[in-house]
Design a protein around this ligand. Structure first.
Ligand SMILES: [Zn+2]
Length: 132
């Protein structure tokens, strides 16, 4: 079996709900997303790197320079005010690296990739990885 990987990154703000620590306050990261695709290759190429790179980049671009908000985590009045001024991306999960690694794993699977793993780095030293 071969495994190939490609990556992209995005800058975004978030905060963590139900968390007692400095990450409960709004802050930003350069999130780095590294995807590994597995399989056997017939003709010496598992997946076209260019296509894979573009697909990962498109998923990351959706979040780039946005404020990522867990659904229902802000008071309605505040949410309405923020969305007037800023680009918000509402997700239905707590915005941890662990959940993002599963999110990107699932999104790549939906695009037809045989995903081996997805790692999401919140900082150069801290990552979460999802694989089945
Ligand atoms: Zn954070």
């Amino acid at each position: 079996m071969h495994i190939i990987s490609s990556e992209a990154s995005f800058d975004a703000a978030h905060f963590l709900t139900n968390y007692n620590g400095k990450c409960k306050n709004i802050h930003g990261h350069r999130w780095r997303v590294v995807a590994e695709i597995k399989g056997e290759c017939d003709n010496g190429m598992l997946v076209d790197f260019g296509i894979l790179k573009n697909d990962i980049k498109a998923l990351c671009d959706y979040f780039d320079h946005t404020f990522i908000v867990e659904e229902g985590s802000l008071k309605k009045e505040l949410f309405d005010m923020l969305k007037e001024e800023f680009v918000l991306r509402v997700v239905n999960f707590r915005t941890t690296a662990e959940n993002f690694s599963k999110y990107f794993f699932d999104e790549l699977k939906k695009k037809g990739y045989d995903v081996y793993s997805v790692s999401v780095y919140e900082t150069p030293n801290n990552k979460a990885e999802y694989r089945i």
